[in-house]
Design a protein around this ligand. Sequence first.
Ligand SMILES: [Zn+2]
Ligand SMILES: [Zn+2]
Length: 471
Amino acid sequence: MRILKEYIFEGRVSKEDKNSSDYKYVLFKVPKKAGILQISYNYSKGDNVLDIGVFDSKGSFRGWSGSNKSELFISENAATPGYLHGKIYPGSWKIILGLYKISQEGCRYTIKVRIGGINRELQKRKIIRPFKQEYAETPKKRWFKGDLHVHTNHSDGAKSIRDLVNEAMTIGLNFVALTDHNTISQNLHVEEYESSDFLLIPAEEVTTYYGHANVWGNRKWIDFRRRSMEDFQELIDEVHSQGLLFSINHPEDMNFPDGYWRFREVSRFDCIEVWHGPWSIYDYRSLIWWDSLLQKGKKIVAVGGSDFHGTDLPRLGNPTTWVYSDMLSVNNILNAIRRGHVFISRYVNGPQIYLYADADGDGRVDSICGDEVHLSRGDKLTIYAEVKKAKDLEFKLISRGETVKIEKVNSSYYRVAYRTQVENDGYFRAEVIRHNSQESDNAEISEVLALTNPIYVRVKKQKNERNIDSF
Ligand SMILES: [Zn+2]
Ligand SMILES: [Zn+2]
Protein backbone atom coordinates (compact mmCIF):
# COMPACT_ATOMS: atom_id res chain seq x y z
CA MET A 1 0.00 0.00 0.00
CA ARG A 2 1.25 3.43 -0.93
CA ILE A 3 0.94 5.66 2.15
CA LEU A 4 -0.39 9.12 1.31
CA LYS A 5 -0.56 10.48 4.84
CA GLU A 6 -0.06 9.41 8.45
CA TYR A 7 -1.28 10.98 11.69
CA ILE A 8 -0.72 10.28 15.35
CA PHE A 9 -3.09 11.91 17.84
CA GLU A 10 -2.36 11.88 21.53
CA GLY A 11 -4.73 13.28 24.09
CA ARG A 12 -6.53 12.92 27.35
CA VAL A 13 -10.16 12.94 28.40
CA SER A 14 -11.24 13.74 31.94
CA LYS A 15 -14.23 13.02 34.13
CA GLU A 16 -15.33 16.64 33.46
CA ASP A 17 -15.26 15.98 29.70
CA LYS A 18 -17.56 13.01 30.25
CA ASN A 19 -19.91 15.13 32.36
CA SER A 20 -20.31 17.70 29.62
CA SER A 21 -20.53 15.26 26.67
CA ASP A 22 -20.43 11.52 26.06
CA TYR A 23 -18.41 12.01 22.87
CA LYS A 24 -15.22 13.61 21.71
CA TYR A 25 -14.31 14.10 18.06
CA VAL A 26 -10.85 13.94 16.50
CA LEU A 27 -10.63 15.44 13.01
CA PHE A 28 -8.17 14.53 10.29
CA LYS A 29 -7.76 15.48 6.62
CA VAL A 30 -7.97 12.89 3.86
CA PRO A 31 -6.08 13.88 0.68
CA LYS A 32 -7.37 13.33 -2.85
CA LYS A 33 -6.99 9.86 -4.44
CA ALA A 34 -7.16 8.02 -1.12
CA GLY A 35 -8.41 4.42 -1.28
CA ILE A 36 -8.04 3.11 2.23
CA LEU A 37 -7.99 4.26 5.86
CA GLN A 38 -6.39 2.27 8.63
CA ILE A 39 -7.05 3.37 12.17
CA SER A 40 -5.70 1.91 15.40
CA TYR A 41 -5.97 3.22 18.94
CA ASN A 42 -5.15 2.42 22.52
CA TYR A 43 -5.82 4.07 25.86
CA SER A 44 -4.90 3.80 29.53
CA LYS A 45 -6.89 0.82 30.76
CA GLY A 46 -7.83 0.34 34.42
CA ASP A 47 -11.31 1.77 34.87
CA ASN A 48 -11.48 3.42 31.46
CA VAL A 49 -13.47 2.28 28.46
CA LEU A 50 -13.12 4.33 25.29
CA ASP A 51 -15.32 3.43 22.31
CA ILE A 52 -14.55 4.35 18.71
CA GLY A 53 -16.34 5.07 15.43
CA VAL A 54 -15.89 7.04 12.20
CA PHE A 55 -17.77 9.70 10.19
CA ASP A 56 -16.63 10.67 6.70
CA SER A 57 -16.08 14.13 5.21
CA LYS A 58 -19.71 14.24 4.04
CA GLY A 59 -20.83 13.78 7.64
CA SER A 60 -22.07 10.23 6.97
CA PHE A 61 -21.72 7.43 9.50
CA ARG A 62 -19.01 4.94 8.45
CA GLY A 63 -19.03 2.56 11.42
CA TRP A 64 -18.71 1.90 15.09
CA SER A 65 -16.93 -0.83 17.03
CA GLY A 66 -17.48 0.14 20.66
CA SER A 67 -14.38 -0.87 22.56
CA ASN A 68 -14.31 -4.22 20.82
CA LYS A 69 -11.68 -3.60 18.13
CA SER A 70 -8.43 -1.72 18.49
CA GLU A 71 -7.78 -1.66 14.72
CA LEU A 72 -10.00 -1.12 11.74
CA PHE A 73 -9.89 -0.30 8.05
CA ILE A 74 -12.30 1.23 5.55
CA SER A 75 -11.69 1.06 1.80
CA GLU A 76 -13.75 1.45 -1.35
CA ASN A 77 -14.86 -2.17 -1.57
CA ALA A 78 -14.26 -3.70 1.84
CA ALA A 79 -14.11 -2.79 5.50
CA THR A 80 -13.66 -4.29 8.94
CA PRO A 81 -17.03 -5.77 10.07
CA GLY A 82 -18.89 -2.97 11.79
CA TYR A 83 -17.70 -0.41 9.19
CA LEU A 84 -19.16 0.62 5.84
CA HIS A 85 -16.99 0.30 2.75
CA GLY A 86 -17.30 2.98 0.07
CA LYS A 87 -15.65 6.03 -1.34
CA ILE A 88 -12.81 7.51 0.70
CA TYR A 89 -13.84 11.09 0.07
CA PRO A 90 -11.20 13.79 0.42
CA GLY A 91 -11.75 16.35 3.17
CA SER A 92 -12.20 16.38 6.89
CA TRP A 93 -13.11 13.00 8.46
CA LYS A 94 -13.99 12.56 12.12
CA ILE A 95 -13.11 9.88 14.61
CA ILE A 96 -15.72 9.70 17.35
CA LEU A 97 -14.51 8.61 20.75
CA GLY A 98 -17.29 7.36 23.05
CA LEU A 99 -16.46 8.19 26.66
CA TYR A 100 -18.13 5.09 28.09
CA LYS A 101 -16.21 4.92 31.37
CA ILE A 102 -13.68 7.52 32.43
CA SER A 103 -11.84 7.13 35.76
CA GLN A 104 -11.10 9.94 38.24
CA GLU A 105 -7.53 10.08 36.90
CA GLY A 106 -8.77 10.58 33.35
CA CYS A 107 -7.86 8.57 30.29
CA ARG A 108 -4.91 9.06 27.94
CA TYR A 109 -5.25 7.84 24.38
CA THR A 110 -3.21 7.46 21.21
CA ILE A 111 -4.82 7.16 17.78
CA LYS A 112 -2.87 6.29 14.63
CA VAL A 113 -4.36 6.98 11.20
CA ARG A 114 -2.77 5.76 7.97
CA ILE A 115 -4.24 6.81 4.67
CA GLY A 116 -3.31 4.79 1.61
CA GLY A 117 -3.79 5.13 -2.12
CA ILE A 118 -6.24 3.04 -4.08
CA ASN A 119 -5.48 -0.64 -3.50
CA ARG A 120 -5.99 -2.71 -6.64
CA GLU A 121 -6.30 -6.02 -4.70
CA LEU A 122 -9.14 -4.81 -2.51
CA GLN A 123 -10.84 -3.26 -5.52
CA LYS A 124 -11.18 -6.69 -7.08
CA ARG A 125 -13.35 -7.95 -4.23
CA LYS A 126 -16.97 -8.43 -5.05
CA ILE A 127 -19.31 -5.54 -4.65
CA ILE A 128 -22.14 -6.22 -2.27
CA ARG A 129 -25.57 -6.07 -3.82
CA PRO A 130 -28.04 -3.45 -2.63
CA PHE A 131 -31.12 -4.43 -0.62
CA LYS A 132 -34.20 -5.88 -2.21
CA GLN A 133 -37.54 -5.05 -0.67
CA GLU A 134 -38.87 -8.51 0.09
CA TYR A 135 -37.32 -11.77 1.08
CA ALA A 136 -38.36 -15.38 1.18
CA GLU A 137 -42.03 -16.10 0.78
CA THR A 138 -44.13 -18.97 2.02
CA PRO A 139 -47.69 -19.55 1.01
CA LYS A 140 -49.67 -19.87 4.22
CA LYS A 141 -50.02 -18.09 7.55
CA ARG A 142 -48.22 -19.84 10.34
CA TRP A 143 -46.08 -19.40 13.43
CA PHE A 144 -42.45 -18.58 12.67
CA LYS A 145 -39.73 -18.97 15.29
CA GLY A 146 -37.00 -16.40 15.68
CA ASP A 147 -34.38 -14.75 17.80
CA LEU A 148 -34.77 -10.96 17.80
CA HIS A 149 -31.48 -10.08 19.49
CA VAL A 150 -28.19 -11.48 18.17
CA HIS A 151 -24.67 -10.08 17.69
CA THR A 152 -22.10 -10.97 15.03
CA ASN A 153 -18.49 -9.97 14.42
CA HIS A 154 -19.84 -6.69 13.01
CA SER A 155 -19.92 -5.64 16.68
CA ASP A 156 -18.75 -7.67 19.69
CA GLY A 157 -20.08 -11.09 18.63
CA ALA A 158 -17.63 -13.91 17.96
CA LYS A 159 -19.32 -15.42 14.91
CA SER A 160 -19.45 -14.35 11.29
CA ILE A 161 -22.91 -13.96 9.80
CA ARG A 162 -22.37 -17.18 7.81
CA ASP A 163 -21.59 -19.23 10.94
CA LEU A 164 -24.47 -17.67 12.81
CA VAL A 165 -26.92 -18.52 10.02
CA ASN A 166 -25.68 -22.13 9.97
CA GLU A 167 -26.19 -22.47 13.73
CA ALA A 168 -29.60 -20.82 13.63
CA MET A 169 -30.84 -23.06 10.80
CA THR A 170 -29.44 -26.16 12.50
CA ILE A 171 -31.46 -25.55 15.66
CA GLY A 172 -34.60 -24.75 13.66
CA LEU A 173 -34.97 -20.98 13.87
CA ASN A 174 -36.81 -19.33 10.96
CA PHE A 175 -35.48 -15.81 11.47
CA VAL A 176 -32.75 -13.90 13.28
CA ALA A 177 -32.39 -10.13 13.73
CA LEU A 178 -28.82 -8.84 13.37
CA THR A 179 -28.79 -6.40 16.27
CA ASP A 180 -25.16 -5.37 16.23
CA HIS A 181 -24.32 -2.42 18.46
CA ASN A 182 -24.69 1.01 16.85
CA THR A 183 -23.77 -0.07 13.33
CA ILE A 184 -25.43 -1.33 10.15
CA SER A 185 -22.64 -2.96 8.14
CA GLN A 186 -24.13 -6.39 9.03
CA ASN A 187 -27.31 -5.37 7.22
CA LEU A 188 -25.51 -5.26 3.86
CA HIS A 189 -25.40 -9.07 3.99
CA VAL A 190 -28.98 -10.04 4.85
CA GLU A 191 -29.88 -10.90 1.27
CA GLU A 192 -27.04 -13.34 0.85
CA TYR A 193 -28.80 -15.75 3.22
CA GLU A 194 -32.41 -15.51 2.07
CA SER A 195 -34.20 -18.81 1.54
CA SER A 196 -37.75 -20.12 1.73
CA ASP A 197 -37.38 -21.07 5.38
CA PHE A 198 -34.87 -18.62 6.73
CA LEU A 199 -34.75 -14.85 7.04
CA LEU A 200 -32.28 -12.32 8.40
CA ILE A 201 -33.87 -9.12 9.68
CA PRO A 202 -31.73 -5.98 9.28
CA ALA A 203 -31.45 -4.30 12.67
CA GLU A 204 -29.34 -2.24 15.07
CA GLU A 205 -29.03 -2.34 18.84
CA VAL A 206 -29.01 1.34 19.66
CA THR A 207 -26.54 1.13 22.53
CA THR A 208 -26.42 4.29 24.59
CA TYR A 209 -24.81 4.87 27.96
CA TYR A 210 -28.34 5.15 29.43
CA GLY A 211 -30.05 2.04 28.09
CA HIS A 212 -30.24 -0.14 24.96
CA ALA A 213 -33.00 -0.56 22.38
CA ASN A 214 -33.45 -2.70 19.29
CA VAL A 215 -34.58 -1.16 16.04
CA TRP A 216 -35.69 -3.76 13.49
CA GLY A 217 -35.94 -3.33 9.75
CA ASN A 218 -33.59 -0.36 9.35
CA ARG A 219 -31.61 0.20 6.18
CA LYS A 220 -30.24 3.50 7.41
CA TRP A 221 -28.06 4.06 10.43
CA ILE A 222 -29.88 5.12 13.60
CA ASP A 223 -27.91 7.73 15.52
CA PHE A 224 -27.18 6.43 19.03
CA ARG A 225 -25.79 9.70 20.45
CA ARG A 226 -28.55 10.33 23.00
CA ARG A 227 -28.41 11.20 26.66
CA SER A 228 -31.57 13.05 27.75
CA MET A 229 -35.21 12.05 28.03
CA GLU A 230 -36.00 14.41 25.09
CA ASP A 231 -33.27 12.74 23.00
CA PHE A 232 -34.88 9.35 23.58
CA GLN A 233 -38.39 10.51 22.74
CA GLU A 234 -37.01 12.04 19.54
CA LEU A 235 -35.26 8.75 18.75
CA ILE A 236 -38.50 6.76 19.13
CA ASP A 237 -40.40 9.19 16.92
CA GLU A 238 -37.63 9.15 14.31
CA VAL A 239 -37.75 5.34 14.22
CA HIS A 240 -41.52 5.46 13.71
CA SER A 241 -41.26 8.04 10.95
CA GLN A 242 -39.21 5.44 9.05
CA GLY A 243 -41.88 2.76 9.63
CA LEU A 244 -39.59 0.73 11.92
CA LEU A 245 -40.14 -0.88 15.31
CA PHE A 246 -38.57 0.24 18.57
CA SER A 247 -38.06 -2.21 21.43
CA ILE A 248 -36.58 -1.40 24.85
CA ASN A 249 -33.97 -4.06 25.65
CA HIS A 250 -33.31 -5.73 29.02
CA PRO A 251 -34.84 -2.72 30.86
CA GLU A 252 -34.03 -4.00 34.36
CA ASP A 253 -30.62 -5.52 33.72
CA MET A 254 -28.20 -4.40 36.41
CA ASN A 255 -25.33 -6.64 35.23
CA PHE A 256 -23.73 -3.76 33.35
CA PRO A 257 -24.10 -0.06 34.10
CA ASP A 258 -25.52 1.12 30.77
CA GLY A 259 -27.94 -1.78 30.34
CA TYR A 260 -30.66 -0.54 32.67
CA TRP A 261 -33.31 1.60 30.92
CA ARG A 262 -33.24 5.04 32.55
CA PHE A 263 -36.01 6.93 30.76
CA ARG A 264 -39.24 5.20 31.85
CA GLU A 265 -41.34 8.26 31.03
CA VAL A 266 -40.79 8.03 27.26
CA SER A 267 -43.87 7.00 25.34
CA ARG A 268 -44.87 5.46 21.99
CA PHE A 269 -42.28 2.66 22.09
CA ASP A 270 -43.59 -0.55 20.51
CA CYS A 271 -42.06 -3.43 22.44
CA ILE A 272 -40.28 -4.40 25.63
CA GLU A 273 -37.76 -7.22 25.71
CA VAL A 274 -39.28 -8.75 28.85
CA TRP A 275 -37.23 -11.91 28.39
CA HIS A 276 -33.51 -11.44 27.82
CA GLY A 277 -31.41 -14.62 27.60
CA PRO A 278 -31.92 -17.42 30.12
CA TRP A 279 -34.72 -16.43 32.55
CA SER A 280 -33.38 -14.36 35.46
CA ILE A 281 -34.53 -12.11 38.28
CA TYR A 282 -34.12 -9.15 35.88
CA ASP A 283 -36.62 -10.67 33.48
CA TYR A 284 -39.02 -11.15 36.34
CA ARG A 285 -38.72 -7.40 37.06
CA SER A 286 -39.14 -6.52 33.38
CA LEU A 287 -42.29 -8.64 33.31
CA ILE A 288 -43.65 -6.71 36.33
CA TRP A 289 -42.91 -3.37 34.60
CA TRP A 290 -44.59 -4.52 31.38
CA ASP A 291 -47.65 -5.79 33.26
CA SER A 292 -47.91 -2.50 35.17
CA LEU A 293 -48.10 -0.68 31.81
CA LEU A 294 -50.78 -3.09 30.58
CA GLN A 295 -52.73 -2.33 33.76
CA LYS A 296 -52.61 1.34 32.83
CA GLY A 297 -54.29 0.48 29.54
CA LYS A 298 -51.15 0.63 27.37
CA LYS A 299 -50.69 -1.75 24.47
CA ILE A 300 -47.04 -2.77 24.33
CA VAL A 301 -45.75 -5.97 22.77
CA ALA A 302 -43.64 -8.32 24.88
CA VAL A 303 -40.75 -9.91 22.97
CA GLY A 304 -37.77 -12.07 23.80
CA GLY A 305 -34.16 -11.99 22.67
CA SER A 306 -31.17 -14.15 23.51
CA ASP A 307 -28.47 -11.45 23.12
CA PHE A 308 -26.31 -14.27 21.77
CA HIS A 309 -22.71 -13.14 21.29
CA GLY A 310 -21.44 -16.27 19.59
CA THR A 311 -19.58 -18.02 22.39
CA ASP A 312 -22.27 -19.71 24.46
CA LEU A 313 -24.10 -21.74 21.80
CA PRO A 314 -27.07 -22.99 23.89
CA ARG A 315 -28.00 -19.33 24.34
CA LEU A 316 -29.03 -18.91 20.67
CA GLY A 317 -32.85 -19.14 20.59
CA ASN A 318 -33.07 -18.97 24.38
CA PRO A 319 -35.65 -17.54 24.42
CA THR A 320 -37.37 -17.97 21.04
CA THR A 321 -39.99 -15.46 19.91
CA TRP A 322 -42.86 -17.03 17.96
CA VAL A 323 -44.61 -14.77 15.45
CA TYR A 324 -47.85 -15.50 13.57
CA SER A 325 -47.36 -14.19 10.03
CA ASP A 326 -48.56 -14.63 6.45
CA MET A 327 -45.10 -14.85 5.14
CA LEU A 328 -41.46 -15.01 6.12
CA SER A 329 -40.52 -11.50 5.03
CA VAL A 330 -39.15 -8.55 6.96
CA ASN A 331 -42.31 -6.49 6.50
CA ASN A 332 -44.66 -9.32 7.39
CA ILE A 333 -42.76 -10.41 10.48
CA LEU A 334 -42.46 -6.83 11.74
CA ASN A 335 -46.16 -6.15 11.09
CA ALA A 336 -47.11 -9.28 13.00
CA ILE A 337 -44.91 -8.19 15.90
CA ARG A 338 -46.48 -4.72 15.80
CA ARG A 339 -49.90 -6.39 16.15
CA GLY A 340 -48.74 -8.43 19.14
CA HIS A 341 -49.22 -11.78 17.40
CA VAL A 342 -46.35 -13.04 19.47
CA PHE A 343 -45.57 -15.49 22.26
CA ILE A 344 -42.22 -16.35 23.77
CA SER A 345 -40.83 -19.74 24.72
CA ARG A 346 -37.72 -20.85 26.50
CA TYR A 347 -36.32 -22.78 23.52
CA VAL A 348 -36.93 -23.32 19.83
CA ASN A 349 -38.94 -26.41 20.74
CA GLY A 350 -39.94 -25.32 24.23
CA PRO A 351 -43.39 -24.97 25.81
CA GLN A 352 -45.96 -23.24 23.59
CA ILE A 353 -49.15 -21.34 24.44
CA TYR A 354 -51.69 -20.59 21.71
CA LEU A 355 -54.15 -18.11 23.21
CA TYR A 356 -57.57 -17.52 21.63
CA ALA A 357 -60.81 -15.76 22.46
CA ASP A 358 -64.40 -16.37 21.49
CA ALA A 359 -66.00 -12.97 21.86
CA ASP A 360 -69.35 -13.53 20.13
CA GLY A 361 -70.31 -16.72 21.97
CA ASP A 362 -70.69 -18.87 18.86
CA GLY A 363 -68.24 -21.48 20.17
CA ARG A 364 -65.59 -20.60 17.60
CA VAL A 365 -62.48 -18.58 18.33
CA ASP A 366 -62.25 -15.20 16.62
CA SER A 367 -59.13 -13.58 18.11
CA ILE A 368 -55.56 -14.46 19.04
CA CYS A 369 -53.00 -12.82 21.31
CA GLY A 370 -52.42 -9.19 20.40
CA ASP A 371 -56.00 -8.71 19.16
CA GLU A 372 -58.62 -6.48 20.73
CA VAL A 373 -62.12 -7.75 21.39
CA HIS A 374 -64.82 -5.08 21.59
CA LEU A 375 -67.72 -6.02 23.85
CA SER A 376 -70.50 -4.41 25.82
CA ARG A 377 -70.61 -4.46 29.59
CA GLY A 378 -72.15 -7.77 30.72
CA ASP A 379 -71.19 -9.70 27.56
CA LYS A 380 -69.78 -13.20 27.91
CA LEU A 381 -66.19 -13.89 26.85
CA THR A 382 -64.34 -17.20 26.68
CA ILE A 383 -60.55 -17.38 26.61
CA TYR A 384 -59.03 -20.63 25.33
CA ALA A 385 -55.46 -21.80 25.48
CA GLU A 386 -53.80 -24.72 23.76
CA VAL A 387 -50.66 -25.60 25.67
CA LYS A 388 -48.00 -27.81 24.12
CA LYS A 389 -44.86 -29.41 25.53
CA ALA A 390 -45.55 -28.20 29.07
CA LYS A 391 -46.34 -31.49 30.86
CA ASP A 392 -45.94 -31.22 34.66
CA LEU A 393 -45.56 -27.43 34.49
CA GLU A 394 -48.18 -24.87 35.58
CA PHE A 395 -50.44 -22.84 33.35
CA LYS A 396 -51.44 -19.37 34.55
CA LEU A 397 -54.00 -16.96 33.11
CA ILE A 398 -53.46 -13.35 34.19
CA SER A 399 -55.85 -10.42 33.97
CA ARG A 400 -55.13 -6.89 35.20
CA GLY A 401 -52.24 -8.01 37.39
CA GLU A 402 -54.17 -10.91 39.00
CA THR A 403 -53.91 -14.64 38.35
CA VAL A 404 -57.45 -15.66 37.42
CA LYS A 405 -56.71 -19.30 36.69
CA ILE A 406 -53.87 -21.64 37.57
CA GLU A 407 -53.70 -25.32 36.62
CA LYS A 408 -51.16 -28.09 36.56
CA VAL A 409 -50.60 -29.21 32.99
CA ASN A 410 -50.92 -33.01 32.93
CA SER A 411 -50.33 -33.85 29.28
CA SER A 412 -48.11 -32.70 26.46
CA TYR A 413 -51.14 -31.35 24.60
CA TYR A 414 -53.42 -29.53 27.05
CA ARG A 415 -56.46 -27.32 26.60
CA VAL A 416 -57.87 -24.76 29.00
CA ALA A 417 -61.02 -22.65 28.83
CA TYR A 418 -61.90 -19.68 31.01
CA ARG A 419 -65.35 -18.10 30.91
CA THR A 420 -66.06 -14.64 32.21
CA GLN A 421 -68.45 -11.74 32.00
CA VAL A 422 -66.98 -8.47 30.85
CA GLU A 423 -67.23 -5.50 33.21
CA ASN A 424 -64.29 -3.23 32.31
CA ASP A 425 -61.50 -2.74 29.84
CA GLY A 426 -58.70 -5.19 30.50
CA TYR A 427 -56.56 -7.96 29.09
CA PHE A 428 -55.86 -11.66 29.41
CA ARG A 429 -52.40 -13.11 29.03
CA ALA A 430 -50.94 -16.53 29.82
CA GLU A 431 -47.75 -18.02 31.22
CA VAL A 432 -46.30 -21.48 31.68
CA ILE A 433 -44.19 -21.53 34.82
CA ARG A 434 -42.15 -23.85 37.00
CA HIS A 435 -41.75 -23.25 40.70
CA ASN A 436 -38.14 -23.41 41.71
CA SER A 437 -37.21 -25.89 44.41
CA GLN A 438 -36.42 -24.67 47.93
CA GLU A 439 -32.70 -25.19 47.34
CA SER A 440 -32.64 -22.82 44.41
CA ASP A 441 -30.93 -19.44 44.73
CA ASN A 442 -34.08 -17.77 43.44
CA ALA A 443 -36.48 -19.75 45.62
CA GLU A 444 -38.95 -16.89 45.74
CA ILE A 445 -39.32 -16.64 41.98
CA SER A 446 -41.05 -18.96 39.67
CA GLU A 447 -39.30 -19.53 36.40
CA VAL A 448 -41.23 -18.61 33.26
CA LEU A 449 -40.96 -21.11 30.39
CA ALA A 450 -43.47 -19.51 28.03
CA LEU A 451 -45.57 -16.36 27.96
CA THR A 452 -48.05 -14.79 25.57
CA ASN A 453 -49.01 -11.29 24.63
CA PRO A 454 -52.48 -10.34 25.83
CA ILE A 455 -55.88 -10.45 24.25
CA TYR A 456 -57.16 -6.95 25.00
CA VAL A 457 -60.75 -6.34 26.07
CA ARG A 458 -62.29 -3.00 25.17
CA VAL A 459 -65.74 -2.22 26.52
CA LYS A 460 -67.96 -0.27 24.16
CA LYS A 461 -69.19 2.97 25.69
CA GLN A 462 -72.96 3.22 26.22
CA LYS A 463 -74.62 6.21 24.59
CA ASN A 464 -75.18 8.26 27.75
CA GLU A 465 -72.11 6.97 29.56
CA ARG A 466 -69.35 9.33 30.43
CA ASN A 467 -65.86 8.54 29.31
CA ILE A 468 -64.46 6.99 32.49
CA ASP A 469 -61.05 5.41 32.39
CA SER A 470 -61.57 1.94 33.83
CA PHE A 471 -58.03 1.56 35.06
ZN1 LIG B 1 -27.92 -4.59 25.17
ZN1 LIG C 1 -27.25 -7.00 22.73
